[in-house]
Structures are given as C-alpha cells and as structure tokens.
Design a protein around this ligand. Structure first.
Ligand code: PEP
Ligand code: MG
Length: 559
C-alpha cells in the first residue's frame, strides 16, 4: 500500500528508486577488549579516518566543491584533535571500549559547543559527531556504506562525510529523519544537486531497505511504494530541475559584462551565514550586504563578542578572497529588538534607527566593531553603516574604530549606506571620507518619496523608478566616483530587471541582491550595452513620472 510522508524539502528536484537504508550507528556497539588493544584500535581508527577525510576533501576540491572540501578539512583537524583524543583515551583508561569512549568524548564536546547557543558552533557540534561516527565505524570494523545501484538514501541522520563517501552518481535522493534546511545534509545535497527531504522523524523507520520510493525535494514529500504514474512524475520533475540547474550553472561562471565590455560586480545580500551556499551557487562575486540583525534576533540578550567573531569569520572565510560588506546593527524603525531599550517614538522610521541607535548605545557598537576587527583576519571585510545622515556619525564611528584598532588589530574599510535623501545629495562630500557608498534603495525610496514601506495604503506610491529617486541615485554614483570610490546598490532595486538598465547607465559598480536574482540580472546585463544604458538613464532622468520611466525601460528592453 502506498504511504505518503511529509518532511521538509531542502534540496529541489525529484527522485524515484529503491531505498538504500543506512543503519543507525547508535544501535551498534561491541564489548571492550583489553586497555592496550583499545588504545591501539583508537590510534589506528584516527589515522585511517584522517586519511579517509583528506581523500574526501581532495575529491570534493577536484570536483569544484570548495565549501564542502572545507568541511572535510575541518574534520581532519577534529579527528586528530588532542582534546577529543585525550578525552577518549581517558575513557578507555576508565574501562570503556574505544568506541564507547569516543562516543562519550564526542558527546561532551558536542554539548559544550551546543551550550554556547550559537548556530555556527552548533553546526561544528554536528561535525564533532560526524568525526566520532567515522571513528566508531572504523572501530566496529564497518565498511563505509557501499551503494551498488541508483538509490535513494534513507537514514535517521546522514553526516557530511557519509554523503561524501558514497558514490554520488548513484545517489538519486536523500531522505532523513532529522535535519533542517541549514543542516550539512541539506547544504551538501544542494551543492551536489541531489533532491532531499529532511525532518521526516520516525517515519523513516517504516522504510525498509530496497523498497521503492518517490521523493519530491521541493514539497518535502516522500512516497513509499509509489504508483507508476508517481514514479514517472518524479523522474520528470528531476529532469526539469537538472535542466534549470544547467541553465543557472552555465551563467554562474560568466562575468556580468555588457556587450561593449563594461563589467559590473554582482553580489549577494545575506541575512545569515545559512544564505551563503545559495549565494555561491548563484555565482555571487561577493556579499554586498550582510545584515547582522539575525545575530541579535530571537534571543534575550545581545550576542557576545566571541559569538559575533565566530559568525563574521565563518562568512568571511567562506567568501574569501571576495569582499563581504558587513552592516552594523540596523535596529529601530520596523526592526525592534525586545531586549534593547527603545523608547516609544511617534515616527520610529524617523527616529533612533541604525547608526543613530548604536551611537547612542556605544557598548553595543563597540562590541560589534571589536568583533568585526577581530574577524577581519578571516577574509576581506568592509564595514557599512546604516541610516547615515550626518558626517559626524561617520567621524564618531571612525574614532571608535581607530581607538580599538591598536588593541584589537585587524582592519576593514568603512563605507556608508545611502538611504536618506540628504545623504544622497551630499554623496560627494561623504565619498571624500569613506571607502564606498551603497544605495539602500528600500529606504531611499521610503524617505525620498515619503512612503512608509510597511503601509499597504501607500504601496502604489513606492516607485523606485521615480525620476526623483533616479536623480538621487545619479548623485550617489557620481559622488563616489568623484573621489575614486566605488558605488553600489543593495536595496531590492538591484535585482529588479526594470531598474537594472538604469543602474548600469547611472554608473553603479556593484549590484547586490537576493541570491536567486543573480542569474537573471546577469543574463540581462550580458544583453545590454553600457552605451545604450547611459542613453536610457539620461532619458529617464528627464521623464516626469515613475510610470513614464517604467514605460521607457520596458520599450527599450523589449525592443
Ligand atoms: C535598504 O534600505 O535598501 C536596505 C538594503 O536595507 P534594509 O532593507 O535592511 O533596511
Ligand atoms: Mg535600509
């Protein structure tokens, strides 16, 4: 009888085929031999595991999966980590079998990392367990899971090294009991283009090895014993997903270059390190806006300096040598934080928001700047200030940075977001004092046209192509260039196909957007000429209404 299980689709596409069920390692164990034997077995398992992980890293690197190879590199270090090994040896000395001792040591380290209440360190906790499982498999004399025919992997949990150990050409889909959209399984599955459903809970226990399955990685559905029609639909789904990926992949490595040879940087906006795989997959050439609010949200107190260092370093390392523009905390307005003192304001969007708030609560800002400087060694960061309206704000932040620098070390260029009309008009002045300008058009439109971005009654007036906004953007790009600085756009407008020809024509150097928009924007830029875009922008700047500009661009792009 057909059964349908619901989990979370974390890697798109469809698959149909027999289940390859991976037994739960937690169920297997063996008795301890003598202490010297156990210690020797542990040493052998460590050497074998480290060598195996190195090979996996090499293989992944050769296939161009740099991020996954990095995970394996980290695991090589963990497998030989003196702290972990000493804890395991102590366990053996106290009479445990080597595999029990490894499990206990790993559990201790895992709990320690998870207790830090930090998503990155929690992810490292999963790596510790992965390494421990690999060691235990060797200690139990188990072969790494062999897979002999095209199958859908089914497991309670699947570790990255298990996924990497398997013949990927035979893995058609992945279904696991645990996991989330940001788990290693999900990240690797996406990177490898394997459809995956995680979070199926105990339902996975109902699937026996060899049973037929159909899986939908978009909807998060796994069908046990599917009908022929369901299998055919899964295959068709996968063919469609593969074709889509090929189109995206073909675009990924091409430059965002106009037909007359003008090149732009297409960067990604991210709200957390979990967005990085998508950004890289889409071909992001950097991060043009890393919103740091996520670190401060969903908790009862601000993140510590160390927690912030870990988060920023993770992103910088992953993106290195590409630039990551990290924005200082942008609270206030529509982004309150329950644990931060915030007075009731009549007009919160015009109130203590962004850099105004952090300059009024310098402990918060100092901690963040210290963390940014400390993390700066991990890659190529830039610091960006939100909601800047006055040069004094830039000077105050710079003074704080200069004060911290001798003590903390590290460095990062400082830039400002152009979100306020007065700042856009004075762009040339600001550009003299900072390293770059980035137009936050979501707010620039809000403040430029006096349209509350959260009020649906005035949503029809929220028109980024309004000639008034275009003139502010023109001043922004020209102001930056007057001092040899770069100018970017990091609001939603950067990913809007109607706005892109104008932003190119106005001279912006970088467009930073939601990762999924990158391929389409790149495709468009590659069909445009800088010459044509400049002419279009000139015409748009003298149109009278947003509607006229929209019609102008529509005609130009379709004609
Ligand atoms: C903007 O205002 O355009 C921007 C990118 O910042 P946010 O949307 O986070 O306010
Ligand atoms: Mg903004």
């Amino acid at each position: 009888m057909t059964r349908t299980f619901h989990g979370r689709g974390v890697s798109p596409g469809g698959a149909a085929g027999p289940a390859h069920v991976i037994p739960d390692l937690a169920a297997s164990s063996r008795k301890a031999a003598g202490r010297p034997d156990e210690l020797r077995s542990l040493d052998v398992a460590v050497t074998t595991s480290a060598a195996e992980l190195e090979r996996l890293a090499e293989g992944l690197r050769a296939d161009g999966h740099e991020a996954e190879a990095g995970i394996m590199d980290a695991q090589v270090l963990m497998a030989a980590d003196p702290g972990l090994l000493q804890a395991a040896r102590d366990g053996i000395e106290s009479g445990l079998s080597a595999q029990e001792a490894v499990q206990r040591a790993a559990a201790h380290f895992r709990a320690m990392l998870e207790g830090l209440d930090d998503p990155y360190l929690a992810a490292r906790a999963a790596d510790v367990q992965d390494v421990a499982d690999r060691l235990r498999r060797h200690l139990l004399g188990e072969e790494t899971l062999a897979i002999e025919r095209p199958s859908i992997l089914v497991a309670r949990d699947l570790t990255p090294s298990q996924t990497a150990s398997l013949d990927r050409s035979l893995i058609q889909g992945i279904a696991t009991g645990v996991g989330s959209g940001t788990s290693h399984t999900a990240i690797l599955a996406r990177a490898l283009g394997i459809p995956a459903v995680v979070g199926l809970g105990d339902q996975v226990r109902e699937i026996a090895d060899g049973e037929e399955l159909a899986l939908d990685g978009d909807r998060g559905v796994v069908i046990l014993r599917p009908t022929e029609a369901e299998k055919r639909a899964a295959h068709a789904h996968q063919a469609e997903a593969t074709a889509g990926r090929a189109r995206l992949g073909a675009m990924r490595d091409l430059p965002a270059e106009t037909t007359d040879g003008h090149r732009l940087t297409l960067a990604a906006n991210i709200g957390s390190p979990d967005d990085l795989p998508g950004a890289l997959q889409a071909g992001a050439e950097g991060i043009g806006l890393f919103r740091t609010e996520f670190l401060f949200a969903g908790r009862t107190e601000p993140p510590t300096e160390d927690e912030q260092v870990a988060a920023y370093s993770a992103v910088l390392r992953e993106m290195s040598p590409r630039t990551v523009v990290i924005r200082t905390l942008d609270v206030g307005g529509d982004k309150p934080l329950p644990y931060l003192p915030m007075g009731t304001e009549m007009n919160p969007f015009l109130g203590e928001r962004g850099v105004r708030y952090t300059l009024a609560h310098t402990d918060l800002l100092r901690t963040q700047l210290r963390a940014l400087l400390r993390a700066s060694r991990a890659g190529k960061p830039a610091i960006m200030l939100p909601m800047v309206s006055d040069l004094g704000e830039v000077a105050a932040v710079r003074e704080m940075l200069d004060g911290l620098q001798p003590e903390v070390g590290g460095e990062a260029p400082l830039g400002v977001m152009v979100e306020i009309p007065g700042t856009a008009v004075l762009a040339e002045t600001f550009a003299r004092h900072v390293a770059f300008l980035s137009a936050g058009t979501n707010d620039l439109v809000q403040y430029g046209l006096a349209v509350d971005r959260t009020n649906e009654h005035v949503a029809h007036l929220d028109r980024p192509l309004h000639p008034g906004i275009l003139r502010l953007l023109e001043m922004t790009a020209e102001g930056a260039h007057a001092h040899g600085k770069w100018a970017g756009v990091c609001g939603e407008m950067a990913g809007d196909l109607l706005a892109v020809p104008l932003l190119v024509g106005l001279g912006f150097d970088e467009l930073s957007m939601t990762p999924s928009r990158i391929p389409a924007v790149k495709g468009l830029i590659r069909r445009l000429s800088l010459h044509g875009c400049r002419k279009l922008a000139e015409q748009a700047l003298v149109r009278e209404t947003a509607e006229e500009v929209e019609d102008l661009v529509r005609d130009a792009v379709s004609g």
